[in-house]
Design a protein around this ligand. Structure first.
Ligand SMILES: [Zn+2]
Length: 225
């Protein structure tokens, strides 16, 4: 469940991300349906049955089962990270198109936020992999302006990658932030989480520039960086 909005006193509009795609649906009379409102918790792992009349555009939630409520995601220290992963997945996936990789990343990322000691690191790693799945991988191998391999010292959000000290386009980055961006892009999530992932403020600034140019302004990002 990546988005949940109350339409009125009785109805909810929910967005669920599934391996088969993203679906929006209305839960009608949600409070009366035997606790459906509570079961449709934001960021929860749910099993839903949707119904759509051929003549209608919006599906209706018929049944809800809870696989995992992931209640820890509501904690103030964790919520902003869960919100970012959910919002990014919502912005980078189309409706009802198969999104198995995005589903795996978001479901794994939300579970990881509940158990990992470093939720910020989990969010950084999953954010970069979600961008990659959307065709928006960070260009970290060589300067995106001139092709020089080193030293890379800046991040150009519009070009989506690192630039060299001669071109110096974009945000200046400490060397450790360049290393972190490379680790996040090149390593698996598990391997990236074993690295220091230093200079996170600068790394978030680079990601923010990349996101603003290629995805749009994310409301959730202002609570993090
Ligand atoms: Zn260059």
């Amino acid at each position: 469940m990546i988005r949940r909005r109350r339409l009125d006193a009785r109805d909810l509009l929910v967005t669920v991300l599934t391996p088969e795609g993203k679906y929006r649906a209305v839960a009608r009379g949600a409070d009366r349906l035997g606790g459906t409102t509570a079961r449709l918790g934001l960021f929860g792992h749910v099993r839903v049955q949707l119904y759509r009349k051929p003549s209608q555009g919006t599906s209706t939630v018929v049944q809800v089962g809870v696989e995992a409520s992931l209640a820890r995601l509501a904690a103030p220290a964790i919520y902003p990270y869960a919100h970012l992963l959910a919002e990014l997945a919502d912005e980078t996936t189309g409706e009802e198109e198969p999104t198995p990789r995005e589903y795996e990343l978001v479901a794994g990322g939300l579970r990881g936020l509940c158990v990992h000691s470093d939720p910020e690191a989990v969010t950084l790693a999953v954010t970069v992999k979600l961008l990659t799945a959307a065709g928006l991988a960070l260009q970290v191998g060589a300067c995106v302006t001139c092709g020089a391999r080193s030293p890379l010292t800046h991040f150009d959000g519009s070009a989506g990658g690192l630039t060299c000290s001669n071109c110096a386009r974009g945000i200046p980055l400490p060397a450790a932030a360049v290393e972190t961006l490379r680790d996040l892009q090149r390593l698996t999530i598990r391997s990236a989480l074993a690295r220091p992932l230093a200079e996170r403020g600068a790394v978030w600034a680079a990601l923010r520039a990349h996101l603003e140019h290629h995805v749009g302004r994310l409301a959730s990002l202002s609570a993090i960086a």
